[in-house]
Write a protein that binds this ligand. Structure first.
Ligand SMILES: C[S@@+](CC[C@H](N)C(=O)[O-])C[C@H]1O[C@@H](n2cnc3c(N)ncnc32)[C@H](O)[C@@H]1O
Length: 353
């Protein structure tokens, strides 16, 4: 299998299943971002109504629809093997063969984190039905380790838009409206993913220096975004034509060049972040929380007030409220803890839907 090195990142021209088995050790990858061939045998879903197909690079290798299930099982099993415990995988999929991918995922130990809908522009034009303009992004984790999720990598949790909405919350909703890049007159791969989409996954789910793998490099867009964000990257592309054209383009990518243009999130540093809780703090937390709720405050507002008063972040307050008795070395009476854990009007979003 031919290999090429770009800034110490190794890329392989060959099949990802055999290639991963031969070249990628168990548990060595922090994050997989990948977009497998769709297995739709020339279906019009490939075409975009405003795109001149003459500018689409040839050599894209499809997978026969009849073998898509087995193909998905094989590459997803390899992905599970190479991910580190706690590593994440994002798989972009159309609707047609989504069930094969979901089925293959269920045969592994990988666990669903989110099923994201990516809504894009330039859908497939239709006249007798609705326009198809979304893909599925399956976000899974490998159990057994701590998953990287950089909560405030793009927006601080305390930031507010002029109308009072939280941009952090909006950015983390599971429907993403991100436009495809319109590149008139430039050669591109079929289904090239927009940099904005890739950067979002990479920012939330990896850190600088982490190793990212793309099993289906295509236009090397994952690799470009990863290098631009100062991550290490590896991957596979079976088509020699696509590989040669795109690796040449990648050589011009400066590591970290996307970092200076990233938005700086406004992250408030609470005065007592990281300091151990005292018994007095915990007692105050319990009784003050109960008093605030009794006075008619919502749970969300009570947590905000306590955060300000105790100089702690919202997550620290919520965590301590969930089990103050245990975390206080059981010095707080169970009756007091029960006041806190009884159901109260809840406007804080529940992440465990
Ligand atoms: C949907 S495209 C990936 C597009 C890519 N994400 C981008 O943004 O340009 C899928 C790619 O997988 C390649 N491919 C197909 N079978 C493969 C295999 N067994 N191993 C590696 N690559 C394969 C195709 O040639 C195609 O370039």
């Amino acid at each position: 299998m031919r290999r090429e090195e770009v800034d110490s990142n190794i890329f392989y021209n060959g099949d990802c299943i055999a290639g991963a088995r031969a070249h990628i050790p168990d548990g060595s990858v922090d994050l997989i971002v990948t977009d497998p061939p769709y297995g739709i045998n020339g279906d019009r879903l490939h075409q975009h109504y405003n795109r001149d197909e003459a500018f689409v690079v040839g050599g894209y290798v499809e997978v026969a629809a009849s073998s898509y299930g087995e193909f998905s099982r094989d590459w997803i099993r390899e992905s599970e093997r190479i991910l580190r415990p706690g590593g994440s995988i994002y798989i972009v999929s159309g609707y047609t063969n989504l069930y094969h991918i979901l089925h293959a995922l269920r045969e592994t130990s990988l666990r669903e984190v989110n099923h994201i809908i990516w809504k894009y522009n330039f859908g497939v034009y239709t006249t007798r039905k609705y326009v198809s303009s979304h893909y599925h992004i399956l976000f899974y984790e490998k159990p057994g380790g701590r998953r990287t999720f950089n909560l405030e990598s793009r927006y601080g949790v305390g930031e507010r838009e002029p109308g009072g909405r939280s941009p952090n919350y909006r950015d983390r909703e599971d429907v993403w409206c991100i436009n495809r890049e319109y590149k008139p007159g430039r050669v591109k791969n079929k289904n090239e993913l927009p940099a904005e989409l890739l950067m979002k996954m990479i920012q939330y789910s990896s850190n600088e220096g982490d190793l990212i793998c793309d099993m289906f490099l295509g236009g090397f867009s994952t690799a470009k975004a990863a290098i631009g964000l100062n991550r290490r990257v590896t991957g596979f592309e079976v088509s020699g034509e696509v590989f040669d054209l795109k690796i040449a383009e990648l050589r011009g990518t400066t590591p970290g060049h996307l970092l200076p243009a990233l938005r700086t999130p406004q992250i408030e540093e609470p005065a007592n972040r990281g300091r151990p809780w005292t018994d007095a703090d915990r007692k105050y937390l319990v009784s003050r929380f109960a008093a605030l709720i009794d006075s008619g405050e919502t749970k969300k507002r009570a947590i905000e007030i306590l955060g300000e008063e105790l100089g702690r972040g919202r997550w620290a307050i919520e965590k301590m409220l969930k089990n103050p008795g245990v975390q206080a070395g059981s010095r707080i009476r169970r009756r007091e803890a029960a006041v806190v854990t009884k159901p109260v009007p809840d406007t804080v979003e529940d992440e465990q839907r």
